[in-house]
Design a protein around this ligand. Structure first.
Ligand SMILES: [Mn+2]
Length: 346
């Protein structure tokens, strides 16, 4: 994939008059979110370097998982949950707002209203289907691995136009974002993804370090929790080709759960030969978090929209349940999936 030169031109045109830029990511930020935010900031700092100072801020609604904090710029991302006043004033003062890795402004939680009301120029860079139309410029592409990869192709084109050098911090961040969103080159990988990886590898980033930080940095408790989930907390429905993992609060407490500890767990049941749909239900914060994955033809995006108050990609989606006790979610999943596979549609 490539980003159209005209779109890159529009992107540059919107940035050039900017004095205060806010880059915003989604609730429960993942590697792609933090990678695309910090990568874009590093590039913008290079774009504006040496000229009149342009303030570039990065914001997300809530906590960043500890294993992403190694990324350059991750520690200066403003968390709305910890600093609502600061986040609000950054957004209100911004003349340009760039949203990344989200197709629905609601995914910025409390920041959505502020962004909606703002008179700032708005840009959306995203790879989910059906992007909400709120931005002046929408760079949206679904045939791409990640927001980070899309940002890479946009930044390459924009760098040519503006004569900007792409800093190594930008490359490392975007590489990390792409790597995490593809589950280390397993899902949603396109030919362009390898091209990006190759171009960035040539730039001399420390791939081994990134690999180590992302793939091999489990805490002992997280590793043991993963074992327990597979042994005691997984239900398999062979006739539905589905499996469910349920992570309740009691288990979280027992294993000293930290945000992000269950990252990737939802992919584990898909390692079973005939399992094509996998679900992870996580209790906490007044609702049950739903993660769905598919390795076959079933659209978990539609399944999620219909039964789990959410959506996402065809093979990876998320939602929330507000009124179900944790003990009942596996049954609810089974019933919903039966209806769905039977042709139910709302
Ligand atoms: Mn993403």
């Amino acid at each position: 994939m490539t980003v159209d030169s005209k779109i890159a031109g529009e992107f540059c045109g919107m940035l050039l008059p900017a004095k205060k830029i806010a880059i915003v990511g989604h609730h429960n930020p993942d590697g792609d979110c933090i990678g695309s935010l910090t990568g874009m900031k590093a590039w913008l700092d290079s774009l504006f370097g040496g000229k009149e100072p342009v303030k570039v801020s990065t914001l997300v609604p809530n906590h960043i998982p500890y294993y992403l904090m190694f990324m350059d710029g991750a520690d200066s991302v403003v968390l709305y949950s910890d600093n609502p006043d600061k986040a609000t004033s950054i957004l209100e003062e911004a003349d340009t707002i760039i949203c990344m890795d989200l197709n629905d402004l609601a995914r910025t939680e409390e920041m959505a209203d502020i962004i909606r009301k703002s008179a700032a120029r708005k840009i959306l860079i995203d790879h989910h289907p059906f992007p909400e139309k709120f931005a002046d410029l929408t760079v949206s592409e679904t045939e791409v691995s990640s927001a980070s990869e899309l940002a890479w192709w946009l930044i390459c084109e924009a760098s040519l136009k503006t004569g900007t050098e792409i800093p190594v911090e930008c490359k490392a961040s975007l590489y990390t974002g792409m790597m995490t969103d593809t589950n280390n080159f397993c899902n949603s990988v396109f030919p362009s993804t390898f091209l990006m990886a190759s171009q960035i590898a040539e730039a001399g980033i420390d791939r081994e370090k990134i690999q180590m930080e992302i793939m091999n940095s489990f805490s002992e408790e997280r590793m043991r929790l993963m074992g327990l989930m597979l042994k005691d907390k997984m239900t398999v429905y062979p006739d539905l080709k589905a499996a469910v993992l349920v992570l309740d609060q009691e288990t979280k407490d027992k294993y000293n759960y930290r945000d992000g500890d269950s990252e990737g767990f939802v992919n584990l049941p898909l390692k079973i030969r005939d399992i094509e749909i996998s679900a992870l239900f996580t209790q906490g914060n007044g609702y049950i978090k739903v993660s769905l994955r598919s390795k076959g033809a079933v659209s978990v995006n539609r399944l999620c929209r219909l039964f789990f108050n959410g959506g996402g990609h065809e093979r990876a989606a998320g939602g929330r349940l507000y009124d179900k006790p944790i003990e009942e979610v596996a049954d609810y999943f089974e019933k919903s999936l039966r209806l769905f596979l039977g042709g139910f549609s709302a």
